[in-house]
Write a protein that binds this ligand. Sequence first.
Ligand code: SAM
Length: 241
Amino acid sequence: MTGNGEALLLGGAAALGIKLEASQVATFRQLYALLLEGNARLNLTALKTEQDIVLKHFVDSLSCLRGHHLDTPAKVLDLGTGGGFPSLPLAIARPTLELVPMDATRKKIDFVRETAHTLGLSRVTPVVGRAETLGRDPEFRAQHDRVVARAVSALPILVELALPFLKVGGLLLAQKGALSGDELDAGAQAALEVGGRIQEVDEFTLPSLGDARTLVVVEKIRATPPRYPRRDGLPNQQPLF
Ligand code: SAM
C-alpha cells in the first residue's frame, strides 16, 4: 500500500470516528498485499485499484463500528465473509473481538484462515458452511452476541439466515448499500417472524467517495422458532416476505 493508500485509510477511519495506531496501519498494509496476492489465485474481489480496496473494502468494513455496537468484547459471526470482509478489518481495528468468519465457499475460508494466521489475528476462527445448516447446529445456534453481514442477500432473506445465530438480546449489523423502503418493510416483517425487531436504520455516505450506505441494526428479542432457518436454498428461493 502506498502512502496515499495509508492516508485514505487513516482519513476514512477517522471520518468514522476510528483512530488507528501505526501498528494497525502496518497490519492493514500486510492485509492489502495478501489480498492482492490471493486475488491473483482465487479471484476474491472485483476491486482492483488501491483506492477501491482501501475505501470499499477496508473503510467500508469498518463502518459497522458506527453506532458503537462492537465496542465491548463480544463473539461475532460474520455471515458470508467472502474474502474476509468485514471480519479481517474488524479484527485489526478491534483486537478484543472474537470473530467467526463464515462462508459456504471453502477456498474463501481457507484464504481467510491463512491470512488471519499470517497477520497474527489469534481471535479469528473461520468456519466453512451454509448459514441454513450451521444455524441449526447447537455449536453455532444462539451462541453469538453479534452477527455482521456485508453485501449478503436482501434483508428479508438475511434476517432468516442471521437471527438463529444470535443470543436473545444480540444484534445483527447488516451492512448494505442504498436500501429501498420496500426491502426495509419486508425485512421488518421477516425480522418479527424469526424473533427480531429493527432497532436502527443508519444511513450515511462512505468517506471520500460519498457512496450511499445503510447499516441496519436488528435486535433479537425472542428465541427464533425452531423451523428457521429453512432448508438450504429455501430462504433465497422463497423469501419470508
Ligand atoms: N461479505 C463479503 C464482502 O463484503 O466482501 C462477501 C460478500 S459476497 C457478495 C456474499 C458471500 O456470501 C459469498 O462469499 C457467498 O459464498 C456467501 N453466502 C451467500 N449465501 C450464503 C449462505 N446461505 N451461507 C453461507 N454463505 C453464504
